[in-house]
Design a protein around this ligand. Structure first.
Ligand code: HEM
Length: 483
């Protein structure tokens, strides 16, 4: 079996690497060099390549036909080894679980992302956007602003309130929680780019491991105390089926996703308190860095493309006029041009640049190779989205690529910022509502001037698309204030 596996893998092209260690030395490098190295491999070996890291083979897929084979199947849904670093924080929640557990959790969580539930979050997104506008007014005095930290604060507050029903205030407990999320993010990043820390006891011997444990105590302690509080005040199970069917009517009280999980538990669904904690933590992780990346890169692109920025502002003027009212669900639906801008922004800068899966059985690729069972597969969304055969002039920011007439005929797996198939992102509608609310508030109040250009930006390897030095934009107060 071993020889058969080796023989199949040897047919797949890729860098030779060194005897016994494969390409280990190439990835023991800075995060920006790892990023460039992987881009180089994708260009050189398109449509598929393989490398060895020590004794572990990794096959990378960059072509939509091969990606379709993996994503369309309910097999191959187990995650690759990179996700191991997330387990201490998230446990096996929706992102990291597999098999029956994943199926059960997905079934429980799906109604929580129905439009009828999501609509009630627009009020929270609006409040957070208004707070952000106030902060950005102060930034207008400065020559430029690194937008990433300020947007992160905003999206973190939004997800905390929607997922847990808890506001992150200025108090010590909230600050401690926020700081722990930031610091744990740094440690996860440190481990992600050091593969020898995924396996065995090597990470446990480091001071970072001890620090991680302290941070986990804070994070899990916070989630558990919110869950306990919410459970103590829980009145009656929510009828999710009724709530997620029929037309939307505003609820008597603001529900958090946590309430829906508690309700599912009391209705006999297979989820206990620790399971609820896993899912709440998963939302906290998945639900803020991804939206931060999308908003930050969109602001960068709009600052650098004034004509497109003006078209978005014109659309906002058409929808809101000179009124300073908050957006309704219908307003957000009507922002069609902004939607195309966001889609193109997620093509250009996919918040999740790569995914990793494990083949559960042998795969025969469209491109003519055999991937043996139990092989780690990386799917490079960034390279897929920058393929000139799929997107002519891929480095051009052009929202009209997503006009219906221009999207017709595009390969269904050529555009996958939210992944695809049964294991796609459960939060994509939530994300669009939030991002549209925040970006529209920013553009109703400010003119964006370019500071960094896309060509100035140095990308780094991370779970979520990030740059080495943030993203700088200049904010000017908009003369005809729309809000
Ligand atoms: C622009 C914003 C977002 C992008 C681009 C994005 C992208 C993705 C991608 C690519 C995956 C697949 C990950 C994998 O297979 O390893 C995923 C999964 C997931 N996302 Fe998102 N996401 C976004 C926002 C959100 C938000 C706001 C939430 C929660 C409120 C969320 C919750 C999740 C969860 C729970 C999963 C795991 C789903 C499963 O395995 O069944 N995401 N997301």
């Amino acid at each position: 079996k071993h020889l058969k596996t080796r023989a199949a893998l040897s047919q797949i092209p890729g860098p030779h690497g060194k005897f016994l260690i494969g390409i280990l030395l190439n990835i023991m490098d800075t995060p920006e060099n790892i990023w460039s190295y992987v881009r180089h491999l994708s260009g050189k070996y398109y449509p598929i390549y393989k490398y060895w890291i020590l004794h572990i083979p990794v096959v990378t897929l960059v072509c939509p036909d091969d990606i379709e084979i993996v994503f369309s199947s309910t097999k191959h849904s187990a995650k690759g080894d990179v996700y191991k670093v997330l387990l201490p924080w998230l446990g096996t929640g929706l992102l990291t679980s597999k098999g029956l557990k994943w199926q059960n959790r997905r079934k429980i969580l799906t109604p929580a992302f129905h439009f009828n539930i999501l609509q009630q979050f627009i009020g929270i997104f609006t409040e957070e956007s208004q707070l952000l506008v106030k902060q950005l007014q102060i930034e207008c005095e400065k020559p430029y602003t690194n937008i990433v930290p300020i947007i992160t604060q905003c999206t973190l507050r939004a997800i905390c309130e929607t997922a847990m029903g808890t506001k992150l205030e200025e108090d010590a407990k909230s600050q401690e929680y926020t700081n722990a999320i930031f610091r744990l993010g740094e440690i996860l990043f440190h481990r992600l780019t050091r593969i020898w820390y995924y396996y065995g006891a090597s990470f446990r011997l480091t001071s970072l491991y001890r620090e991680q444990n302290k941070l986990l105590k804070i994070l899990h302690g916070f989630s558990r105390s919110v869950i306990k509080n919410r459970k103590d005040n829980f009145k009656e199970p929510i009828d999710l089926v009724t709530l997620s069917s029929g037309t939307f009517s505003p609820l008597k009280r603001q529900l958090a996703m946590l309430d829906l999980l508690i309700s599912a538990k009391y209705s006999g669904e297979p989820i206990d308190d620790e399971g609820i904690r896993e899912e709440v933590d998963t939302f906290m992780f998945e639900g803020h860095d991804t939206t931060t990346a999308c908003i930050s890169f969109t602001l960068l692109l709009l600052a650098c493309h004034k004509d497109i920025q003006e078209k978005v502002v014109q659309e906002l003027q058409d929808v809101f006029g000179d009124s300073n009212r908050a957006p309704t669900f219908q307003d957000l639906q009507n922002l069609r041009y902004l939607e195309r801008v966001l889609k193109e922004s997620l093509r250009f800068y996919p918040s999740v640049p790569f995914l990793s899966r494990v083949s559960e059985e042998e795969i025969h690729t469209y491109t003519g190779y055999t991937i043996p069972s139990n092989t780690i597969m990386h799917i490079h969304i960034y390279d897929l989205h920058h393929n000139p055969q799929l997107y002519p002039e891929p480095e051009k920011f052009d929202p009209d690529r997503f006009l219906p007439e221009n999207s017709a005929g595009r390969h269904p797996f050529a555009y996958i910022p939210f992944s695809a198939g049964p294991r796609n992102c459960i939060g994509q509608k939530f994300a669009f509502l939030e991002i549209k609310t925040i970006v529209s508030y920013i553009l109703r109040n400010f003119v964006l001037e370019p500071v960094d250009q896309p060509s100035d930006i140095t990308m780094i390897t991370h779970f979520v698309l990030k740059t080495r030095n943030g993203i700088r934009v200049k904010f000017l107060k908009r003369q005809t204030r729309l809000i």
